[in-house]
Design a protein around this ligand. Structure first.
Ligand SMILES: Nc1ncnc2c1ncn2[C@@H]1O[C@H](COP(=O)(O)OP(=O)(O)OP(=O)(O)O)[C@@H](O)[C@H]1O
Length: 321
C-alpha cells in the first residue's frame, strides 16, 4: 500500500488543441503538475485558463494531443473499472438527473460499488437529509453541489477531482464541505480541486497550481507563492491620538507611515485617534522590541496588528491577464 504522500496523479507536458469555427485553438500548452495522497491540490486561474480541461484529461474523460497522464499509476484513458472505482469526480455543472431524488440517486450510486461509503453518515454530515426526498430539479445550487460531492465519495475513492466544490454554497454549507475535504485529505486521499475563490485555496490547499492561458504560471504552497518566509511590513491601528513628539521619537531605522497621512509636515502633526500606521523595516526580534517599547512609552494600545504579507490574490492578479 503506497504511503499517503505518494504521487497519485501526475501530468507532464499536456498539450491540447481543439477545432473551432475560427480554426485550431491551443487550450493546453504544456501543463505539468503532480498531486499527492494526503494533500489538497488547488488549480487556480482566470476564466479560460484551462483548469477544467486539465481535470477532464486527468480523469480520463478526454485525451491530450501530447504529454503523459498517470492516475494511480495508470493511463486513465485506457483504465478499466478497477481504476475508475478508485476515483471520485464532481463535475462543474453537477450532471445530476433532475427527476431523481438525492436519496434515490445516492442509493443507486452506492450500489455500483462493492465497498461503498457509509452513505447515511455522509448525507447527514453534508446536511442532505433535510432535502433527500425532494426532486433534484427543485434543489438550490448549493444543495445540488452537496449531493454531487456525496456521489463523488460514494465509492470510497483514493483520488477525488472536485470542479469548483464551493460554488454557490452559503457559509455554513461551505464550512461543512471544507471540513469534509480536510478529513478526506487527512485520511490519505489526493484531493484535486479547481476554484475561483482564493480564500478557498488559502484555507484548504497544500499545493496551489496557478494556471493561465493553458500553462502553469506558478506552483507551490500558499506560503511559497506569497513569500511568507520573509519578513513583511507591519500594520497597526492606534485608537488614541499619537502626538508629534511620539512620532518624532519613533525608533530610528524603522519607517512609520500614518495611513492616510495627516495634513501638514509628517513629523510635526498629531495623528487623530483611530489612525492606521504602516511600518517598514521590521526584520529582527530587536525591531519588534523597539516597537513594543515605543507603544509602552507613549501609552499606545493598538487595536489591530497585522503582517502585510502578499496575499494569494496579489499573486493571482500578477499572473491574470
Ligand atoms: N471543445 C472546445 N471547443 C472550443 N473551445 C474550447 C473547448 N473546450 C475548451 N475550450 C476553450 O478552452 C479554454 C479553456 O477552457 P477551460 O474550461 O479548461 O478553462 P477553465 O480554466 O476551467 O475556465 P473557467 O474558470 O471559466 O471554468 C476556454 O477558452 C474554452 O472556451
Amino acid at each position: 500500500m503506497p504511503s499517503s504522500s505518494s504521487v497519485l496523479v501526475s501530468l507532464a507536458g499536456l498539450r491540447k488543441t481543439v477545432r473551432t469555427p475560427r480554426g485550431p485553438l491551443e487550450i493546453l500548452k504544456g501543463v505539468d503538475f503532480q498531486a499527492r495522497g494526503g494533500q489538497v491540490t488547488a488549480l487556480l486561474g482566470p476564466n479560460g485558463a484551462g483548469k477544467t480541461t486539465t481535470l477532464t484529461i486527468a480523469q480520463g474523460l478526454d485525451r491530450p494531443d501530447a504529454g503523459t497522464v498517470r492516475l494511480l499509476g495508470e493511463d486513465p484513458w485506457r483504465g478499466g473499472p478497477a481504476l475508475r472505482s478508485q476515483v471520485g469526480v464532481m463535475l462543474q455543472d453537477g450532471g445530476l438527473p433532475p427527476s431523481a431524488t438525492p436519496a434515490r440517486l445516492l442509493r443507486h450510486v452506492a450500489s455500483l460499488y462493492r465497498r461503498p461509503a457509509d452513505m447515511a453518515a455522509l448525507t447527514s454530515r453534508l446536511g442532505i437529509d433535510e432535502f433527500a426526498g425532494r426532486d433534484i430539479r427543485r434543489l438550490s445550487g448549493g444543495q445540488k453541489q452537496r449531493v454531487a460531492l456525496a456521489a463523488a465519495l460514494a465509492g470510497r475513492p483514493r483520488v477525488v477531482f472536485l470542479d469548483e466544490p464551493s460554488a454557490g454554497l452559503d457559509p455554513i454549507s461551505r464550512q461543512l464541505v471544507f471540513d469534509l475535504i480536510l478529513d478526506l485529505k487527512h485520511s490519505g486521499l489526493a484531493v484535486v480541486l479547481t476554484t475561483h475563490l482564493l480564500d478557498d485555496a488559502e484555507r484548504l490547499a497544500d499545493q496551489v497550481v496557478l494556471m493561465r492561458n493553458g500553462t502553469v504560471e506558478r506552483a507551490g504552497t500558499v506560503a511559497e507563492l506569497t513569500d511568507r518566509s520573509t519578513p513583511a511590513p507591519v500594520h497597526f491601528t492606534a485608537p488614541q491620538p499619537v502626538d508629534a513628539a511620539a512620532i518624532a521619537g519613533f525608533p530610528a531605522g524603522l519607517g512609520l507611515v500614518p495611513e492616510p497621512p495627516p495634513g501638514g509636515a509628517d513629523r510635526d502633526t498629531t495623528v487623530p485617534p483611530g489612525c492606521t500606521f504602516r511600518i517598514e523595516g521590521i526584520t529582527t526580534p530587536d525591531d519588534w522590541s523597539a516597537l513594543t517599547s515605543w507603544w509602552r512609552e507613549h501609552r499606545i494600545m493598538p487595536t489591530d496588528v497585522r503582517l502585510l504579507h502578499r496575499s494569494l490574490e496579489d499573486v493571482f492578479l500578477e499572473v491574470a491577464p
